[in-house]
Design a protein around this ligand. Structure first.
Ligand code: ISL
Length: 568
């Protein structure tokens, strides 16, 4: 990425809205488009450039909209196409772009394409999905007769037997999310046409759901066994398949060519390596602008996401450092702590106890936003929203969580132990309603919220932070303003310092003779800054999170202290 004529998104900050949980305008307990429209001033005040909308298309909501039955309509739970146009117009009037979630690895089983496909083996759309006979020599329907041994992301096998024709169809996610067959050129043409339709309507780009899974190894080989399960790992055959780059380049030609300068595209790519991301985001190859990689959100996981381990800061630094270096000259990073699939950042990487919640939330934000790349703020992160505190499995709503509970209890696991594994890891942590104020249901709805509001909303909410100059919200506002104003924050070269320190995360960013030093204490233990980084004492403080406190000491890095300094 040259600093001569950088794309607009190198100085932009994206905000993710999960519509179901953002703001409800009609009292049905589910957030909606009019609710988002009513909160645009909050987003304008925060200063974000782009809103990524999680799916609002027509959907049976098996996976909260990531199962789409009509790509060209709005789900009635969220509103209408007219309301969408109004939201887009109002966002644009405030200089905010809107990015749609593109979910085209799979559709809903209620999508007309799939309804047609499943109707007979000779349906003209049969080949639009992955249909296969039972494993050779086995009777369809018997356990293990599935065409491959792959485990679904949402528990159980990746194949569902369809009684109509006696064949199985592939679903990497729920059985209600059949995978589209991108080998079929008609599928690709239909997707591109739909994408052009949204761009013509005025949307500003796409976040592409599991887009690295659209190309599969066509012979569908079994994967290596997953210990303790009857399944195998299908990722070898389904991630970064042989035609992925070809498909992305074709999509670029067919959909983005000629108008890509104003758009933003980001591909969600679980399992991506730096090398793969570099290829996908190399501007010369014309595929995507940036990817969401998963390395840093898997460092605290053992054999599965339910196996939670303490994170070592040195591992986080090694990972981020490699990504910063790997995409320094070619390609671009996206920067995120959390999203609708991940636990809350302050609870996971920070300390959400009363003593350190504000300081650790602002520290983490400083750290993330200090890196080179495009930062993504997930709704509620800007006020330091924390994980849920539920005491019963009945409080959870997420299909991934509920399927896991069903599978684990069927295998005889202790329900209390299962609940304990859900607490730090469940996607529902991110899906509790945004806390707008201290009133009942946090100002999210006048009805009954579809998922429980966090009781801490009486203290942690937007209204309480809006006028407070030292709030988590104010700190995000300042970080976003800094990115807009400062070319070194946007484009400066990244150099990691103190890679082996267990608690302090420090790095420099340099551009044209200007150097910023970002130093963050990712712990509650104070450290003598003068000893660790003598160059950090006495320099110009560009932005700090604790310099307003009476115990602040220039030479000591206090608990969760975070500073951006300009070196002389
Ligand atoms: O959430 C995950 C880990 O717990 C991932 O496995 C997640 O399912 C994966 O990152 C893909 O996520 C995306 O596609 C899914 C959808 O459920 C997620 O919400 C979406 O972000 C299927 O569309």
């Amino acid at each position: 990425m040259t600093s001569a004529n950088p794309p607009w998104w190198t100085s932009a900050v994206v905000y993710q809205v999960y519509p179901r949980s953002f703001a409800d305008s009609d009292g049905d307990g589910i957030g909606d488009l009019e609710g988002i429209r009513g909160k645009l001033d909050h987003l304008a005040d925060l200063g974000v450039d782009v809103v990524w909308l999680s799916p609002v298309y027509r959907s049976p909501q098996d996976d909260n909209g990531y199962d789409i039955s009509d790509y060209q309509d709005i789900d009635p739970a969220f509103g209408t196409l007219d309301q969408f146009d109004a939201l887009l117009a109002d966002a644009h009037a405030r200089g905010i772009k809107i990015v749609m979630d593109l979910v085209v690895n799979h559709t809903s089983d209620e999508h007309p394409w799939f309804v047609e496909s499943r109707s007979s083996t000779v349906s003209p759309k049969r080949d639009w999905y992955w249909w296969r006979d039972a494993r050779e020599g086995m009777d369809a329907g018997t356990p293990g007769a599935e065409p491959t041994n792959w485990q679904s992301f949402f528990s159980g096998p990746c194949w569902e037997l369809d009684e109509t024709t006696g064949q199985y169809y592939l679903h990497l996610f729920s059985r209600r999310q059949p995978d589209l067959n991108w080998e079929n050129a008609q599928v690709r043409r239909a997707v591109y046409e739909m994408m052009r339709w949204w761009l013509d309507r005025g949307v500003d780009g796409f976040r592409m759901d599991v887009i690295n899974m659209i190309s599969k190894q066509p012979d569908l080989p079994d994967g290596p066994p997953i210990p303790g399960t009857p399944y195998g790992d299908g990722s070898v055959a389904t991630f970064f398949g042989p035609r992925l780059h070809e498909f992305l380049a074709e999509m670029h030609r067919e959909v983005f060519a000629g108008r890509d300068a104003d758009l933003i595209t980001v591909g969600e790519m679980p399992g991506a390596t730096v090398e793969q991301a570099r290829l996908v985001t190399d501007p010369a190859r014309a595929e995507l602008d940036m990817v969401f990689q998963f390395e840093h959100v898997q460092l605290d996981q053992g054999a599965s996401k339910w196996d939670h381990r303490p994170l070592r800061l040195t591992d986080l630094k090694a990972s981020f450092g490699r990504w910063q270096a790997g995409l320094a000259d070619v390609g671009w990073n996206s920067l995120y702590w959390d999203n609708h699939d991940q636990p809350r950042a302050v609870s996971r990487f920070g300390d959400d106890s009363p003593a350190y919640r504000r300081d650790s939330a602002t520290c983490l934000a400083t750290l993330l936003h200090g890196h080179r790349g495009t930062p993504y703020v997930y709704q509620g992160e800007e006020i330091g929203m924390a994980n849920s505190t539920w005491s019963s499995v009945r409080d959870f709503r997420d299909i991934e969580t509920l399927n896991h509970v069903a599978e684990a209890t069927a295998l005889g696991a202790d329900p209390e132990e299962v609940l304990a594994t859900l607490r730090p890891a469940s996607r529902d942590n991110a899906r509790t309603p945004v806390q707008w104020d201290a009133t009942e249901h946090a100002g999210f709805t006048t009805g009954t919220p579809w998922i429980g509001v966090n009781p801490d909303h009486v203290e942690w909410n937007v209204a309480a932070q809006r006028e407070d100059p030292h709030s988590v919200l104010a700190h995000h506002r300042a970080l976003i303003a800094l990115r807009h104003a400062d070319r070194t924050v946007q484009l400066g070269d990244f150099t990691m310092l103190l890679p082996d320190h267990e608690d302090v995360y420090a790095f420099t960013r340099s551009l044209d003779g200007d150097t910023l030093l970002v130093v963050c204490n990712v712990s509650a233990t104070p450290y003598p800054l003068a000893e660790l980084l003598p160059e950090a004492v006495g320099d110009e403080l560009v932005l700090g999170n604790r310099d307003h406190l009476p115990d602040h000491d220039d030479a000591v890095l206090g608990p969760w202290d975070a500073r951006i300094l300009r070196l002389r």
